[in-house]
Design a protein around this ligand. Structure first.
Ligand code: F0G
Length: 458
């Protein structure tokens, strides 16, 4: 008989949770204008809003925090992080930033001009926001399999090489400052990009003299999937896989709040000294001096440790098996989710789940609210609210998939919590046909509206 699988760590500190009742939750969500971002954290029992900055640090990371060097310039914590970036990703030039979107802000201020085209694999919302804010356009060249939640394709994060080349042919290379590969592809369901695809994108970019940028928020989870699903990498270590992945790119931005396993932080990695010099000016203006960029010394030290820790196969296996545990329970119950199960989250196909709610009434948001009411579980809509309005026509953009994302924080919840989440969703699934109306917008911001939108019940 095989031994049961168990976690590769034990728990040293705990935080109590409050289990609310339905009446309390109904009142709180109404007061929050049916926007889950407006809830107070103590109104949430199991928080699957994001895996970003919500993980538990290890005792090695906490020990590193205590040794943080808070010098304004030239802190040893900075050099510790610079060393980790060089050793893991191979970049000679690096800038710390306070989080991922700050890295985007600094780098895109340096490289993106009005009218530019930036193709990639489903740009994350802040990435797209920073592109469109500069009057440039993001073009999604993800493979079509990613949009069929039933297709069991192992690398749904991949770029369609033909779609990408078509963009290169129809635009002059001068108008494309870089291509973005998001590892893993968050929007499509935490789906990985294969090594082969990275290689092919890199070759194509070189052919057209266009730079390649990796959005690296979940780079280690991506490497784990390469080890498991691309045969020639079966016997390679995660570190070796990461080294090869980054040999194909010119630049990286990273939200360290995911695979850095820290609560705040970001970074930019570069090979070009020229871009580094230009970006340094923006870093100083927006973030802070180039040797801290909005991070405390202690945060840089914890990140340097986290970047090495995340490469441990046992850590990654524990992490991704927990996501699979929840996903398999939902699949067994017949709940439509993105398959194969992704790295950091479960993505429920809301339009297949709530077939009676009209698309204009925000189906995934409706499901997110049902789940909160049912069990105090907070997920997030990855659908029409997140997709914003078209910048020109101001009409709602209906994305190809309307998803409810349940993002699992790293090293935080147990599988008993996952059982509660599964149970709650199954209960809603059993009464899904009774749910036939959603929500309408009362107030919204012109960009990134999902964070602050106010909704009312239909
Ligand atoms: N890129 C990706 C792929 C992301 O998932 C995120 C953040 C960012 C960039 C921006 O990083 O938050 O540090 O500024 N994703 C979070 C999420 C917010 O919930 O998926 P940030």
């Amino acid at each position: 008989m095989e031994y049961p699988f168990s976690e590769s760590y034990k728990i040293k500190m705990v935080e109590p949770l409050y289990r609310s009742n339905l009446q309390e939750r109904a009142q709180w969500i109404k007061q929050a204008d049916y926007n889950l971002f407006n809830l107070k954290s103590n109104q949430v029992y199991i928080d699957l809003l994001t895996d970003s900055g919500t993980g538990s640090m290890s005792h090695h990371q906490w020990a590193a925090m205590m040794q943080g060097d808070e010098s304004y310039a030239g802190a040893s914590s900075y050099f510790q992080l610079k060393k980790a970036v060089k050793e893991i990703f191979g970049f000679d030039y690096f800038l710390p930033t306070h989080q991922g979107r700050a890295a985007e802000n600094v780098l895109f201020s340096t490289l993106v001009k009005t009218g530019n085209i930036i193709p990639g694999n489903s740009h994350f919302d802040t990435t797209k926001g920073h592109i469109e804010f500069r009057g440039a356009h993001a073009i999604d060249c993800t493979i079509d399999e990613a949009f069929d939640t039933h297709a069991d394709f192992p690398f749904k994060g991949n770029v369609d090489i033909q779609k990408l080349e078509n963009v290169f042919i129809s635009e002059s290379a001068d108008n494309i400052p870089f291509v973005i590969l998001t590892l893993t592809n968050n929007t499509a369901g935490g789906q990985p990009v294969s090594m082969q695809n990275m290689r092919e994108v890199s070759i194509l970019c070189k052919k057209y003299s266009i730079a390649l940028l990796y959005d690296s928020a979940r780079f280690a989870e991506n490497a784990y999937f390469i080890k498991l699903r691309e045969v020639e990498y079966k016997n390679k270590t995660i570190r070796e896989i990461v080294t090869e992945m980054y040999s194909y790119t010119d630049m990286m931005t990273m939200s360290s709040k995911k695979d850095g396993i820290v609560n705040i932080g970001g970074l930019i990695g570069l090979r070009s000294e020229e871009i580094f010099k230009k970006a340094s000016t923006f870093n100083i203006m927006f973030e802070g001096f180039i040797s801290y960029g909005g991070m405390a010394g202690r945060d840089m030290s914890a990140l340097a440790v986290g970047l090495n820790e995340v490469l441990d196969f046992n850590y990654l296996e524990t992490r991704i098996k927990q996501v699979e545990y929840l996903g398999n329970k939902l699949i067994e119950a017949g709940i439509p989710i993105q398959k194969p199960i992704g790295g950091h989250a479960i993505f429920v196909n809301a339009t297949e789940f709530l077939v009676n709610v009209p698309r204009e009434q925000f189906v995934a948001q409706t499901l997110a609210i049902e789940l909160y009411l049912e069990a105090g579980v907070r997920g997030v809509e990855i659908g029409t609210l997140l997709a914003d309005r078209d910048p020109q026509t101001r009409q709602n953009r209906y994305p190809r998939l309307e998803l409810l994302r349940l993002a699992i924080p790293r090293r935080v919840y147990t599988n008993n919590h996952m059982d509660v989440v599964a149970h709650a969703l199954i209960k809603i699934f059993e009464r899904r046909n009774e749910i036939s109306s959603g929500f309408e917008i009362m107030e919204e911001a012109p960009i990134l509206r999902h964070f602050t939108v106010k909704l009312k019940k239909n």
